[in-house]
Design a protein around this ligand. Structure first.
Ligand code: TXA
Ligand code: MG
Length: 316
């Protein structure tokens, strides 16, 4: 058993690790990312190995600013417009790759497109700027498990084998929304923190929504994903005996088992922020099942319900 790595105490130290081809987890406004130099195939391979992630799933490359983003992807007028409005922020754009710009072809899984994001967390942008090239970072959890929203989640998930730059608890607590742009067509590949309705209102058009059953172009689209150990029962108005309960809004009377409330006031932002960490906490109670209250589908509710559906899906 290799001994635990020493966590970096500053952005400089974390950047030095990544520049040296090592992994380092860091906070973004969505979830913690498991970061590596996106131009180094060896570094990117270490992400796949550490996560136990199927090789065919490409990774998001995080950029510090538009100059860096434009070096690696071609921005149409529409892409520029969307980026100007929503970056930095919880949005990932899948765009045509600039060939020969230097990204590892493992990070794009050999596709002619690349998924880019400029994160909203200022420390994350400072880290990437210090690294000087895009930082590949999937969520910092073993493949298929709950996404981490604190440094402590990352340490636990990997048994202390991954250094973590502690950037505090994540503000949003759910992954970014992923849009792919082809010509004038905008398709939502993954629901996320940025509500589809916000993008539609800004563009004045309806987005296409990728079919979950269609060919997997995003692993966040795998049916069973984000899974706790306990079985989930969704849209439950109250827990059954022996179940833990994940409430939202007003709580049913007389629940006796472990209960956490995503948002007593029924606030979807608060619920998104708490979702993965509360599932992890209830899971840690060792309940066989977790009953989950109904969550409204509007706004951020689309992404919350998407994650819950996957967490509840039959495991393969
Ligand atoms: O909030 C987030 O997006 C977090 C934080 C760390 O930034 N990152 C994250 O990355 O969730 P990851 O690797 O777990 O999810 C990347 C998603 C996957 O669903 C992947 O299939 C999709 O992006 N993706 C990457 N490149 C793609 C491409 N060229 N075409 C289509 N989908 C792509
Ligand atoms: Mg993930």
């Amino acid at each position: 058993m290799p001994h635990a790595p020493i966590d970096p105490q500053s952005i400089d130290q974390a950047a030095a690790l990544i520049r040296a081809g090592k992994l380092c987890a860091f906070a973004t406004e969505t979830v913690y990312g498991l970061g590596a130099d996106a131009t180094s195939s060896d570094a990117v391979l270490a992400i796949y190995e550490t996560k136990g992630r199927p090789r065919f799933n490409p990774l998001i490359c995080h950029c510090a600013d538009m100059d860096m983003a434009r070096t690696y992807a071609r921005f149409s007028e529409l892409a520029e417009k969307i980026a100007a409005r929503f970056w930095p922020g919880p949005l990932t754009l899948v765009l045509p790759l600039v060939p020969g710009a230097g990204l590892s072809d493992i990070v794009t899984a050999g596709l002619e497109t690349v998924a880019l994001r400029i994160p909203g967390h200022a420390d994350a942008r400072a880290l990437i700027a210090e690294v000087g090239v895009p930082v590949a970072a999937p969520s910092a959890n073993p493949s298929g498990k709950l996404s981490p929203t604190t440094a402590e989640h990352v340490r636990k998930a990997f048994g202390g084998r991954v250094p973590v730059l502690d950037g505090g608890p994540c503000e949003s607590g759910l992954e970014s929304t992923i849009l792919s742009l082809e010509g004038d067509t905008v398709t939502q590949l993954r629901a996320g923190v940025l509500p589809r309705s916000d993008v539609e209102a800004f563009l004045g058009l309806a987005l296409q929504v990728a079919d979950h059953e269609a060919a997997i172009t995003a692993p966040g689209m795998l049916k069973s994903h984000y899974a706790p150990n306990a079985a989930l029962r969704l849209n439950a108005d109250s827990p059954r005996p022996g179940e833990a309960y994940l409430a939202f809004g007003a709580e049913p009377h007389g629940t006796t088992g472990p209960t956490l409330n995503l948002s007593p006031d029924g606030d979807l932002h608060e619920a998104a922020r708490n979702l993965f960490s509360y599932l992890a906490r209830l899971d840690a109670e060792g309940a066989n099942g977790i009953a989950v209250a109904p969550i409204p589908h509007h706004g951020l509710g689309e992404a919350i319900n998407d994650r819950l559906d996957r967490a509840a899906a039959p495991r393969s």
